[in-house]
Each structure stands twice: as C-alpha cells, then as structure tokens.
Design a binder for this molecule. Structure first.
Ligand code: FMN
Length: 448
C-alpha cells in the first residue's frame, strides 16, 4: 500500500489551524515543514505531496478570507523551492510538487524537476495540473481562465515536451574526465526540436538526465480528457472519490485505459485522497472532529459552503432546510453538485451541510480507532478502489503523528505497509520502472 502525506501547512479542515495542537504560526514556516517531512519519513511514508496554485483565493468572501480555507493559500512557499530545502534534511521520502501546464513553460518545468531529482538523488515528483482556480489566469497576463479543452490540449503537448527534454542526454553523457579534457560526450545529446500547436522547444535541456530517468508524474483530472491524459502520461493519479463504489469504478476505468498506450495495469498507481482522524478510541476521534467543527463560526462556514456550491448561502436561513438549488447552475465543479445532492437526499439544514463538508470538501473521510481506520484502508486497497492513499490529517502535525503512531503499526502488522524503505528512489519505492531514454536505447548506445 502506498502512503502519501498531504504536506501543506494546513490540513484539509477549515478550522484545524486554530486547534491548540496545531502548528503555531503556520504561514510560510520552514521549521514546521522540516518537522513534518521528518515525521513522514519516520513513518516510512512514500512521499510528501504539495498541492499548489498561483494566486490567493476568496478575496470576495471576507469571513472565509480572514479565517482562511486551506486551498486559499495566502502564505505558502513555492513548492519546488520548499522541497529542495526538505531534500537536504531527508533521505528516503519522495518529494512531489504541483506545477501547472496552463501558466508555465515546459522547458522551465523540465529543468526545475530535473534539478529537484538531482538534488534529492531521485526522489522528485511533478503533480501536473491544468489549474483549478480561474483567478490564477489574471496573474499571467490573461483576461480569463483558458477553456478546459484548450488547457488539456496544451497539457498533452507540455508533458510530451517535458519527457522529451528529460531524455536530452544519455545517462552516461557527462564523463567529466579531467585527463582527456572531455567534459561531455557530444554523441550523447539529443536536441528535441519540438514544433507543435502550442509550443516550439529546441532543447536540449541544460541538465543531465534525472536519476529516475523521469521524475514521477502525478495528475488528478477527473473529466474524460483528464482521465485520458493520466492514462497516456501519468505514473500516479490523485483521485478523490467519496465512496468505495465510485472509487472502484474510477480505478477500473483508469486501469482499463492503459493497454491502448501499451502500458500494464501496474504502471499507473491510483492514490485515493482521504482525510483521516485516528484516535485511541472511536469516541476520542468523534470528540476531536466536533472540536474542529466548533472552531468554524457560522459566517465562515457559510462562506465556505458558498465557495463549494457556487451560490451565496447567507441568503438562506442557517437552520432551515438546504434549498433546492438549480442543479444545472450549481457550483463550478462536480463537487458542488455532489454536495447539493447529499444535502437534499439526507434532508440536511444549511448549518448541517457546511459542517458535513468542513473536513474533506465532500471527499472521503475515515474517522475512528486505529483498527477501524485500518479496516477501511485495507478494504479499499484489497477491493481495488486504490493502490494507496493521499492522506490529509487534521490537525497538522499532530494528526499525522497520531496516524503514524496508531494506524501505521496496524497496517504493518497486517502486512499491508513497509516496515523499512527498500528502494533508493521514489520510483523504486512506488514499484515503478525507470523509463528507458527514448533517444538512447541503453546507456551509452545511441538509438537509430
Ligand atoms: C484531487 C485533485 C487535486 C487537484 N490539485 C490541484 C492543485 O493542487 N492545483 C491546481 O491548480 N489544480 C488542481 N487540480 C485541478 C486539476 O488539475 C484540473 O484543472 C481540474 O480538476 C479540472 O479538470 P477535470 O475537469 O479534468 O477534473 C486538482 C484536481 C483534483 C481532482
């Protein structure tokens, strides 16, 4: 089972940063990040994962803005910069950062992640996103967000170029031989000369081939085009399905797309996003969940719900029934529709609805004793709903510490999780092969 730690300074719960056991002063705090990385590595986690965006959200929702939802990101590090620092204080844990294909350039991204892979000695990963927050466009000389189909078309070309650039040099292209005066072997470089619809990139990359060949690529799109891009390009998918049935359907769907690209089912790992509150007992977990919910005043909860469903919710009575919003016009995403459907189905009030989504943005949520949480994880894993989990643990860092103290030993006892790192690189630990260089069939031998 793969375990990834969502390593953003705030956990997924809107109120968690106010909890007495949460970090003090979490905004852009390097010492906290170092401590979290060490905690995850001591727990033998596969990787740290940093979601990211290029803009501050929700300036138009004053109560939520002041209290901050974890995805608003008003005070965070640029993720590759942070992971470069964390690479210096860790040895085994993988380091995965989010970078957009919509508002960045393939040469820059290939270079940044090649550098991170060298710095970390083969532990880098790139979470390829097409940008979820439309407002980010305004920071990149655009009037509005690029339409989704164009974003994905650009993303397909972008990924092809990045991989091509990572293959610029044979693995043994840099002898750096003082005696002969040969720094590099000119027969072992390949200039990409890519010309497509969105990009023209000459190459070669100004970095030796990364230790992993290609840093591990994550993606997360849930649309048809998003899933197809994952099947064509990604090594790992970050999925967010709220039920085991939906997760199983997505799992089979994604794995079923692989043969078309000449790939085996094992070559794409699916990690299910989950918020976990684990405690000594079920009652203790419930108590912590209540404490966290109580840290979110109604005005903040309403702004948060408004953000998630795309409708101003303060217009409705807090303790009245959730209104029958017009489904067609609800929410910027499928998440909004799912929240409305759940509220109507379960006849929730407005207050109950925002409390229901505080911990996990309508995604998956495991809560309980170590055995209860391990049972759920085991079931999802064995019944082919996922190959592992992307874990957000309120409260940061104590939620992750508690998970490692209570649940990890239980998973290890059941033979589901490693007790020691065995691989050298992130690819090794994830069970992913090192890609051949497409221009140099084997180290030292140029392709036809
Ligand atoms: C689980 C998950 C995590 C994501 N993480 C990010 C992120 O960190 N930053 C970002 O800009 N977009 C993120 N996205 C947005 C996707 O890259 C994509 O733009 C969005 O999901 C719309 O595409 P889709 O309709 O194919 O899902 C994420 C999406 C999902 C489903």
């Amino acid at each position: 089972m793969i375990l990834a730690a969502n390593a953003n300074a705030q956990g997924s719960h809107v109120g968690e940063w106010r909890h007495p056991t949460a970090w003090d002063k979490p905004a852009s705090n390097l010492e906290n990040a170092i401590r979290l990385a060490r905690i995850a590595e001591a727990g033998r986690f596969d990787l740290l994962f940093l979601a990211d965006g290029n803009g501050v959200r929700n300036l138009d929702k004053p109560d939520l803005f002041a209290a901050t939802s974890p995805s608003d990101r008003p005070g965070v590090f640029e993720p590759v910069t942070l992971l470069s620092a964390l690479a210096m204080v860790t040895e085994h844990v993988g380091l995965v950062a989010t970078t957009t294909t919509t508002y960045d350039e393939p040469f820059s991204v290939a270079r940044r992640f090649a550098s991170l892979d060298h710095i970390s000695k083969g532990r880098a990963g790139w979470n390829l996103v097409t940008t979820s927050n439309p407002g980010d466009a305004l920071n990149f000389s655009h009037e509005e967000h690029v339409p989704r189909d164009d974003r994905y078309e650009r993303a397909g070309e972008f990924a092809q170029i990045v991989k091509g650039l990572w293959d610029s040099w044979a693995d043994d292209a840099f002898p750096q031989d003082k005696a002969s005066g040969r720094f590099l072997d000119p027969s072992k470089v390949h200039a990409l000369n890519f010309r497509g619809k969105h990009f023209q990139v000459a190459g070669p990359l100004n970095a030796p081939r990364p230790p992993q060949g290609h840093p591990v690529i994550f993606s997360a799109g849930q649309s048809e085009t998003g899933k197809e891009l994952s099947a064509a390009t990604a090594d790992c998918v970050f999925a967010i399905e709220g039920t085991i049935e939906r997760a199983q359907t997505l799992y089979a769907d994604l794995k079923g797309r692989l043969p078309k690209y000449g790939r085996s089912a094992d070559s794409l790992k699916i990690l299910s996003g989950v918020t976990i509150i684990a405690a000594e007992t079920e009652e203790e977990a419930e108590q912590l969940a209540r404490e966290l919910d109580d840290l979110v005043p109604p005005a903040v909860g309403l702004d948060y719900l408004s953000k998630m469903v795309g409708v101003k919710m303060s217009a409705y009575p807090l303790d009245g029934p959730f209104p029958a919003l017009d489904f067609e016009h609800v929410g910027p995403t499928g998440i909004g529709k799912a929240i409305v459907a759940k509220a109507l189905e379960q006849k929730l009030t407005v207050r109950e609805t925002y409390r229901a989504i505080l911990p996990q943005m309508a995604g998956n949520f495991f809560k309980g004793s170590a055995a209860q949480v391990a049972d759920l994880m085991e079931r999802w894993f064995l019944e082919k709903a996922c190959d592992g989990f992307m874990i957000a643990a309120p409260v940061v860092p104590t939620g992750l510490e508690r998970f490692i103290k209570l649940v990890v030993p239980e998973l290890q006892r059941r033979g589901l999780f490693r007790t020691e790192y065995s691989g050298r690189t992130l690819r090794d630990n994830l069970g992913l092969a090192r890609p051949e260089n497409r221009f140099f069939a084997q180290a030292g031998r140029a392709a036809e």
